[in-house]
Design a binder for this molecule. Structure first.
Ligand SMILES: Cc1ncc(COP(=O)(O)O)c(C=O)c1O
Length: 387
């Protein structure tokens, strides 16, 4: 149904069943043209390339993202090569010589969790972790914790990378958090953007929302972004010269001035080829009416068919009883099965790979992802009868 958009990646991987899409998504064919367009623009415009990128390509890509997330101010979106750079920039808004207290979960991706673990080696930094399990009570426990102390930063994923479990009503969750704390609120939306329908219009003034091109936006590595609340007064210490672009904010007494829009959180020179790819994919989807609700509905259909095939197979390890979260509606675009040990997961994933089934795993958790380029009628899990 959508496979014609992905001919090059599908041809290059003929015979494989790719269930690792939550990790490495196939790229639509338009991304190849985008790479060539970037090369051609570089050759054609040379020194004037930057003018073209900042006056045309960046605003258009900001608009496409803003349309998807229902963000009222596209200029509040800033780009960076990876989310780690943006995470560190957010952390650098605080004075690390003063006490800093952060609330987060036990299920955040390493770009954040490793960085704050390192920071917490200093006595001045405290990080409190709330377990995501049991999932049914997570939101309530997290909001209660946010109210229990004074926090400087609260950081949580929209869909957790190690389970696929989603915060289903992000607006309500953030509004509840915002009522409990005046901390900087950060949502890692990497597994949410372009996968689960997300409307940030009610909460855009309150949260920093992080995501990027690599996963469900299908444009490859190198173009992450952050939606920044308007009129914030943060002054990141880790700041690059792009943060001085455009109109500067009014604080003339400070020695270092910042842009008045999302570029306040910008770094410096980056390779914009990934932004060209992202623009190409989002434009294609916009032209063809492939909205996030359409994608989500299609993927949920795939997930149901996958579970039906599994039910028929009755495999002792890959079955619904092993799903980390029983509520299939409370998921992003991948399922996670908890096995007995990391060795068991590694050998099962290797056996599946030998049969052309690509998955991925973390510790004792095996993950199966779903995407537009899959067809349910092509799912063939019959090898599970023997492994
Ligand atoms: C939840 C989440 N956030 C962020 C990232 C990527 O981080 P970075 O762009 O810093 O490499 C990933 C990648 O797997 C992720 O799963």
């Amino acid at each position: 149904m959508y496979q014609h958009l992905y001919q090059r990646f599908l041809q290059a991987n003929a015979g494989k069943q790719h269930f690792a899409c939550h990790s490495h998504h196939y790229w639509p064919d338009v991304t190849r043209d985008a790479m060539l367009a970037y090369w051609d623009d570089s050759a054609r415009l040379v020194d004037h390339k930057w003018q073209h990128i900042f006056s045309e390509r960046v605003p258009h890509t900001q608009q496409l993202i803003a349309d998807i997330l229902n963000l009222p101010k596209p200029e509040q979106i800033v780009f960076a090569p990876n989310t780690h750079e943006l995470v560190l920039r957010l952390l650098s808004c605080f004075d690390w010589q003063q006490p800093l207290r952060i609330l987060t979960t036990d299920s955040e991706f390493y770009s954040f969790s490793r960085q704050v673990k390192r920071l917490a080696e200093w006595d001045s930094v405290t990080v409190d972790y709330i377990a995501t399990e049991p999932f049914a009570s997570f939101e309530q426990r997290f909001c209660q914790a946010a109210a229990a102390h004074h926090y400087d930063m609260v950081f949580c994923s929209q869909v957790f990378f190690n389970s696929g479990v989603a915060i289903n009503d992000l607006s309500a969750f953030v509004q509840k958090l915002a009522a409990s704390t005046d901390a900087m609120l950060v949502i890692d939306g990497y597994h949410g953007f372009m996968a689960v329908p997300t409307d940030l219009s009610q909460i855009s003034e309150r949260i920093f929302y992080l995501s990027g091109s690599y996963k469900y936006a299908q444009a490859g590595e190198g173009c992450c972004f952050m939606a920044v609340p308007a009129d914030n007064h943060y002054r990141p210490l880790y700041t690059g010269w792009f943060a001085e672009f455009g109109t500067l904010s009014a604080d003339k007494t400070a020695q270092v001035q910042y842009s008045s829009d999302g570029y306040r959180f910008a770094g410096a020179t980056m390779d914009f080829a990934a932004l060209y790819r992202l623009e190409a994919v989002l434009s294609l989807f916009s032209r063809q009416g492939i909205t996030v609700p359409v994608i989500h509905q299609y993927v949920q259909g795939l997930q149901q068919q996958f579970l039906a095939q599994l039910a028929a197979l009755q495999h002792p390890l890959i079955n619904t009883a092993r799903l980390l979260c029983a509520d299939v509606q409370q998921h992003g675009h991948f399922f996670t099965f908890r096995l007995d040990s990391s060795e068991q997961v590694a050998s099962l994933a290797a056996a599946l790979q030998q049969q052309g089934i690509e998955t991925d795993y973390r510790a004792n958790r095996l993950r199966f992802g779903f995407a537009l380029y899959q067809l349910a009628e092509q799912f063939d899990l019959s090898c599970l009868k023997h492994i």
